[in-house]
Design a binder for this molecule. Sequence first.
Ligand SMILES: [Zn+2]
Length: 563
Amino acid sequence: MQRSIILGCLSIAALFVCTGADAADKPKLIVQITVDQLRGDLPTRYYDRLGKGGFRYLWESGIVYRNAHHAHANTETIVGHATLATGAHPSAHGMIGNLWFDRETGFTTYNVEDPNYSLLTKGASVDANTEIDPTQRAARSEGRSPAAILVTTFSDELRSNTGGKAKVIGVSVKDRGAISMAGHTGTAYWFSKASGEFVTSSYYLDKYPDWVNTFNNTKPAQQFAGTSWELLHEQNSYLFGASDDREWESDIGGFGRTFPHSFGDGSSKYFTTWLTLSPPGDELVLDFAKRALVEEQLGQDAVTDYLSVSFSSTDYVGHVFGPSSLEAEDNILRLDRTLADLLAFVDQQVGLDNTLIVLSADHGGPDTPGYLNSLNIPAGYVDPDSWDKAAAIARIKEAFRIDGDLIAAYDHPYVYFSDAVKNKRKIDQQSLEAAVVEELSKFHGVSLAVSSSALRRGNLPDTDIYRAVVNNFNPKRSGEVFIVFEPNWFINDMEGLTVASTHGSPWSYDTYVPIVFAGAGLTARTVYRSVQTVDVAATLSAYMGIKPPSGSAGTPLVEVVAE
Ligand SMILES: [Zn+2]
């Protein structure tokens, strides 16, 4: 009896000690950094020229996963962000593409659009000037919210676990880069190209906090008027120093293909667009994130807070100039400085020992066909808009007695059939899909075509590519036929805008991303075993000792949680 009382006391003491140690070990802040289109090799490609405190700090003091991939086939921005945020595959979180055709409304839908929640800044519709982000043109309202994300994020679970006491903020140039990470319960801020300010929607707030108004009143974009994007170092010190002007690079509104890239006097309608497709886009996000950290007092009490910072310039630079360009090289060196600035600020305000940092990317990206062809690597562009007119599709129309269009739209990576076809009762949809799949599979540049009915039936070949397509399949949102292009073949036309390269495939250059956990007293380590981006949210949840997000398909990374 006495013995059991002693044991009981011991176990109570042990529990007390354990709980106390846990609370003391918890970081004050989690900073989740997502760099749009940061392919896994890019942070170390110019390692000898990186400064201190940015990539070098993360790579030399963190746990670095050098064999991390997205496990879904459509490697686009919202798809990757939502996967990192939720630890779920797109089949579960529902963000199957930047755009999809909504069968309930009958309209093409932009992932985070929501007519129920308008922007707090009047006239700041992000649609107003979207030359470089044409996916947003499809949005039919300026309202934005995370409503279409079907599962919880890690940040939601953190809020829920703490009774709403954990503060959660997401910041990005892109609405989808901020909204996805802030989840359903946090607050997201993004950059409006129309107003040159950071905005949010009525989903999150009724009015801006004073600090946001103060920040926006400084007209943050205008600091770049009259300046240019110039090289950080002597041009001949760059790997691509001798090849600035490449014919396949895009010239967006007169921004040019060579340095210096002038931002003009600030009056051009392209001004804010140019800022986002160059390092200033990231610098604006950095400045706003730093203000948010201070003003919202993140990491200042016993409850762990969460700040997501998503940097988009690398993505736009990759699209416009290609990842192997002088512009992309200079952008990485400048991003390194931006990261160093952010981490130094976090260190000063909260302490890096008290902060768990995680960095990854929403997707990688291909090199441009021009660059690859110059090295004799096969690559090229595909034009799905021409498919409906092809002789093979005409034969299918004849066989199924279809007048007019069969293929209504190609919203990457899906072929959607026209309404006329879908509503025609006499057509056996399954046979039609099978016929289209058979013909499209033979098309130049197409590696694989899979019909939705085949995906619903299952029993597909057990290969990485098929698994990636299945992970991307949501029956309510996916199109009739899923297309995988040949490696290094992709579309260069984004609704009228010609770009040099486009990601969005299940091939390794698009799925390969870095995953790095650092700070919070973690011990440096490089890990080469295969891990997936769904593991990030699972790891954060396990690290915090809270339940994983509702659709989580990841496994906690043992090197991080077993420290
Ligand atoms: Zn992109």
